[in-house]
Each structure stands twice: as structure tokens, then as C-alpha cells.
Write a protein that binds this ligand. Structure first.
Ligand code: FES
Length: 99
């Protein structure tokens, strides 16, 4: 029997409720404008609209994602593209916008 684990995804400091996301599921498929402060554009890792700061012990970004992050958020070590994150830990997510 295969058991699936779910993880908590939360948005501290916002009014958005916590979500439960099944292990290995795409974060972007679990988030929409009603349930998170994260905005999406391309959902393919190119536009950088979905950059967010992630706290949690998740697997690292692949090379393509790192290239986009180095361009758009070079000084943010916890930055990720939400559309590229597979949920494999409890996560705290904050929207990020370059000032
Ligand atoms: S939505 Fe475009 S990079 Fe994530």
C-alpha cells in the first residue's frame, strides 16, 4: 500500500490560510489567487513573476531555475520560483518584490 504524506504550506504575515499539499505535488497547481499572495505568469520558469521567499527544507532549484533567480533576485538565497517548486517539506512562503 502506498501512503501519501501531505505538508503544510503557510503564508506568515498575510491573511491567507494554510494549505495542505500532497508530497511531491506542484506548488503552483495548489495555489491560486484566492488562496495565496503569490502571482503567476508563465508557470514555466521563465518570467519570474512568481518569485517568492521560501523557508523550509525543500530540494534545491535546478540549473534553469538558478539562472533565472540569479538574474532577478541575486541577493536572495531563499528565493525560489513558486512555479518550479515540488512540495517535499512544510513551507513558509512570502511574496517577494524587487524594490
Ligand atoms: S510563473 Fe513565470 S517563472 Fe514562475
Amino acid at each position: 500500500m502506498v501512503s501519501e504524506k501531505d505538508f503544510k504550506v503557510s503564508f506568515p504575515g498575510t491573511g491567507f490560510p494554510d494549505l495542505k499539499v500532497l508530497e511531491g505535488h506542484s506548488l503552483s497547481r495548489s495555489l491560486d489567487v484566492q488562496n495565496s499572495p503569490i502571482l503567476f505568469g508563465c508557470r514555466t520558469g521563465i518570467c519570474a513573476t512568481c518569485i517568492c521567499l521560501v523557508s523550509g527544507n525543500i530540494s534545491g532549484a535546478d540549473e534553469d531555475e538558478r539562472e533565472v533567480l540569479e538574474l532577478f533576485a541575486p541577493d536572495q538565497p531563499t528565493a525560489r520560483l513558486a512555479c518550479q517548486v515540488q512540495v517535499d517539506a512544510d513551507l513558509e512562503i512570502k511574496a517577494w518584490h524587487e524594490d
